[in-house]
Design a protein around this ligand. Sequence first.
Ligand SMILES: Nc1ncnc2c1ncn2[C@@H]1O[C@H](COP(=O)(O)OP(=O)(O)OP(=O)(O)O)[C@@H](O)[C@H]1O
Ligand SMILES: [Mg+2]
Length: 490
Amino acid sequence: MNIPERYLGALLEISQEINSIQEPETLLERILEIALQQLSAERGFILLKEGAEQKLLPKAARNIDPAKISEVSEISATAVQKVLASQKPLLTFDARSDESFDAAQSVITHQIRSIACVPLLLRGKLLGVIYIDSRQQTARFNQQSLDFLSAFANQAAIALENARLMEALRSENELLKGEFHRIYSFKEIIARSKAMEPVLELMGKVLNNTAVVLITGETGTGKELVARAIHHNGRRGKQPFVALNCGAIPENLLESELFGYKKGAFTGAAADKKGLIEVADGGTLFLDEIGELPLALQVKLLRFLQEREVLRLGGSQPTPVDVRIIAASNRNLTEEVEEGRFRKDLFYRLNVIEIRLPPLRERKKDIPLLAHHFLKKFSRSLEKNITGFQPGALEKLLAYHWPGNVRELENALERAAVLASQNLISAEDLVLSQVSAAGGVEAGTTLEEVSRALLEKTLRSCEGNKTRAAEAMGVSLRWIHYKMKEWGIE
Ligand SMILES: Nc1ncnc2c1ncn2[C@@H]1O[C@H](COP(=O)(O)OP(=O)(O)OP(=O)(O)O)[C@@H](O)[C@H]1O
Ligand SMILES: [Mg+2]
């Protein structure tokens, strides 16, 4: 190859320039432009092998009507075919007088005088071709221009490969970022452990649709937090989020709470009243402790889920309501269904997407993160300056089994923040409940005796506040009421 001085300098400059272009489309345009400039030619195009079938497709064209690109490839078909077959550059000084082009009618009709066509080769692999032609007497290509074009094509092939790799990396990066975003974007939820990944992934998937979601998990695992995060981060975020604890409201009031009533529907119904389903119209209705919903109301809720209309008590005209339902339960609903306490048909309606929150003891990796998070929160609200933990304190948290899960951890840290006399929480500041099985319970004691003793003890420590006792014991308020009556506890 014999490249003249003036081309060598240009080649160096060009190679630097094209290697800085990282976007394949832009790069191809520039490659073609440079080739045309250097050869004082007016028309050209680049064909590249693409896709699984490695079909040659026109990628950049100059002075060629894009609509006629197929005709162009026909004109150049002979030249291109030859280059593809030989993988060698091809040059014709005057296409009309070149015998080998006799068959190509188009060469004559288009009065092409010079054609230069070079392969784009990368480590011996053919990526495509650069084709350039000219109808002007002045732009007759010669061997030097072809040598230049070949050398340039080698540089271009490398730059192109780089740009393609960059683009692949970029899109993969975007994809990963998207994935990352989708999985970890709930700023209110602290979760870095493997066990929480499916939770966050599912949350991402249900954000922007209206699918019914069932959140299950032990007490204090963050069911309500997750429900709120789904609502606030989703399309309905600006609409109301209405929460109803199905276990906290007396059965006879639940129906009117949920569905509303018409004036005069019963004594005391002095005016029309919207039910919570209607209040949540456009937004989300969170049905907490769904396992506590009485059977009669289960039927009505099922009907609502099927019809998406509410009929107020004493009303005759149903109203359509657009509400997303998120239900939560810390009971095993499958068991409830088996024992006839929960309707199977409603269970299937609710269980479209189940988000299962793992207990804290199965995501120990999150404990230090959560501990620091709560510490910061309470340090601020107590206007103290607690900055961290003394040696041994986090170990104590990690060793504990957390029956009350994140809520218990939160409470333990609040107490510790109050007690702490220094800037660092000590192991002694962390008072963890030791309701161990060994503690005072004799073998042979019945479960009922233990439950009763525990209920009495909890009620005393909660100063008779049944809601707090229910929370502390991880049972429903209804259970507390029921057992107090059954066991005659005042
Ligand atoms: N991953 C988490 N990151 C930060 N805070 C959390 C996380 N999980 C739970 N919490 C906090 O722990 C407390 C308990 O969470 P939440 O009330 O959502 O639990 P729950 O599953 O609804 O409990 P229950 O079954 O007793 O109703 C809340 O103060 C909540 O903000
Ligand atoms: Mg809850």
